[in-house]
Design a protein around this ligand. Structure first.
Ligand SMILES: [Zn+2]
Length: 577
């Protein structure tokens, strides 16, 4: 043990391990600045943990077998992220690293109506193609990673339960899977209307899933949600009777939520449907909320309608993103502006170092010149940089920088990409060229932090670090007039998210709650620049970044990350609600 302690000190970590005589607790986190998640102001206190639970917060709370020195650190509940897509990965990867490396201790999956249960054997390939198309998780990864030990949703939960986990994972029962399970091939076609009997079957299966521990039911009506064969997601135009029938059955269980992805292209119809889901279920309903291109500030009308529905006793919430949502373009990613050049393709495969040679660059740029400039589809494209910056003003766009330097924007895009960087293209939440719309959504009483999409969009979106961004940007780096208190951020991303999905045992640092805790160096907290790693089954690639400033993360009282390094602890599991 002494050797282990010495190793920690050698790499400059702040966690101290010691053994106190007369220990009464498993762990005491000593002397940190405790932000407990209730919204109360921070206070210097010790946090005592036994049997995976917080047992006391205060002064003089007794000795422990393990003491973590939190002097100078924030002591926060672990993040509870309600919008992930780890439905497959949670079966083969205990770490769920894109989330766990950012202090997330509970992640909810099965969002947006897609997932892998219930499923008939003949529908397995199709559920993979839907996940591949909707969430950009390569089919080869899922084909190699899934062992299909289940058919029903309760059996899927049991499979998740049996798999080792470093953090907690919970899941929704997804509409697409329910529909195809109940309707067979017909259900794949969103235009097919479910019969009364089929609606009854879906409703029964959804209730069965929630009774078995699913956090709720998810669906999607997004035109962007398309299977890899080009077909719209099966729930795209599912009728009100179908949705209300399922929602009502969930409601009869007395628990569960409804999560739905809606484009708001048909605002009145969509709002009517959402209110209808509240009426039918009596449960909270949340929807991805964005400032969408072509829709101006329609999100305000959505929020006004949610507030009005709240006045009638409904709980309608927008899941708000922590920043503009968009694409990360890169040489190794799915979206690569140089991919149309045959010379690029050849050189990148054979000898990527050649890309730095001036003649090769000129040849590739000449081949791409027919495409006008590489940012023409997205005029506001930025160099992401290291550390990554998601708040650059239009004056720092690649087009503006190229103009100022008197060079073609294509050349600048080339240099960023070949230099190993990312071109960041904000698509939603950036219509005004700043993050004010994001702020407006985040602070609205009818929103909750969401949409991080951990586990999805493997090589083109890296929003899994939203919780880190909420704390580092909105809690520290944002312009002063927009900055949020750490207490508020923590209350939102821990307690409010946990409460929404019915996990009342976590999200705050109060006696009796699960000991999911982050020790954070607030000055340092942030994200490393994303990189693409090939560690998914079948050699699949994904974007990965790590949280900085997370001195330690505890899951159920066990240190899971120390100084950003995974300890091997497997204290998480399936969280049944
Ligand atoms: Zn999603």
């Amino acid at each position: 043990m002494a050797g282990r302690t010495a190793t920690r000190q050698a790499v400059g970590l702040l966690v101290v391990v010691s053994f106190e005589g007369g220990a009464v607790h498993d762990v005491v986190i000593r002397g940190g600045s405790v932000v407990d998640g209730t919204g109360a102001g921070r206070r210097t206190a010790d946090v005592a943990i036994s049997d995976g639970r917080i047992v006391a917060v205060g002064a003089d709370i007794g000795a422990a077998r393990q003491v973590l020195d939190a002097d100078g650190l924030l002591v926060l509940p672990g993040w509870v992220d309600i919008h992930g897509h780890y439905d497959g990965q949670a079966l083969w990867d205990p770490l769920l690293e894109t989330s766990s490396a950012h202090g997330v201790t509970t992640v909810v999956s099965g969002n947006c109506g897609v997932g892998f249960a219930p499923v008939q054997p003949e529908q397995r390939a199709w559920t993979i193609s839907l996940m591949e198309g909707v969430e950009d998780i390569p089919a080869v990864v899922l084909e190699q990673g899934l062992d299909w030990r289940w058919s029903t949703f309760p059996e899927y939960l049991d499979a998740l339960d049996a798999a080792p986990h470093a953090i907690d994972v919970a899941v929704h029962v997804p509409h697409a899977a329910l529909r195809v399970y109940a309707m067979g091939e017909r259900g794949i076609d969103h235009a097919e209307v479910a019969t009364d009997e089929e609606v009854t079957t879906m409703a029964r299966l959804a209730a069965e899933a929630v009774d078995a521990g699913a956090v709720g039911f998810s669906s999607s009506r997004s035109r962007n949600h398309v299977a890899s064969d080009g077909r719209l997601t099966p729930s795209f135009s599912a009728g009100a009777a179908e949705l209300r029938g399922i929602a009502a059955a969930v409601g009869r269980t007395g628990k569960g939520v409804v999560e739905i992805n809606v484009d708001t292209a048909n605002l009145d119809g969509d709002l009517e449907l959402l209110v209808g889901l509240c009426e039918a279920s009596g449960r909270p309903v949340s929807m991805g909320l964005l400032q969408r291109p072509g829709q101006g500030n329609r999100f305000r009308q959505v929020l006004d309608a949610f507030a009005a529905a709240g006045g009638k006793g409904h709980r309608l919430l927008g899941q708000a993103a922590a920043r503009p949502t968009g694409l990360l373009q890169s040489l190794a990613g799915r979206v690569n502006p140089l991919a149309a050049s045959t010379t690029f393709q050849e050189v990148y495969q054979t000898d990527p170092a050649e890309l730095h040679r001036a003649e090769v660059k000129a040849k590739i740029l000449a081949e791409l010149s027919g495409d006008a400039d590489l940012t023409s589809r997205f005029p506001l494209a930025f160099e992401l940089g290291d550390p990554p910056r998601y708040d650059r003003p239009p004056a720092e766009s690649l087009a503006a920088r190229a103009a100022a330097a008197g060079i073609e924007v294509n050349e600048l895009v080339y240099d960023v990409l070949v230099g190993g960087g990312f071109v960041y293209v904000p698509v939603s939440n950036y219509l005004d060229g700043d993050l004010r719309a994001v702020h407006e959504m985040l602070v609205h009483p009818c929103t909750i932090p969401g949409l991080s999409d951990g586990g999805a969009h493997c090589t083109m979106i890296a929003d899994f670090d939203y919780p880190t961004f909420l704390l580092s940007y909105w809690g520290r780096d944002a312009p002063e007039e927009l900055r949020m208190t750490v207490e508020w951020v923590v209350q939102q991303q821990c307690a409010a998210t946990a409460a929404l999905v019915g996990m009342h045992d976590r999200g705050t640092l109060l006696p009796g709650r699960r000991a999911d805790v982050n020790l954070v160096d607030f000055e340092r907290v942030g994200s490393t620049a994303p990189e693409i790693v090939r560690d998914l089954p079948g050699g699949g690639a994904r974007l990965l970044s790590h949280g900085r400033g997370y001195v330690a993360t505890l899951v159920a009282g066990e240190v899971t990350y120390e100084g950003g390094v995974y300890t091997g602890a497997l204290a998480g599991g399936l969280a049944r609600v």
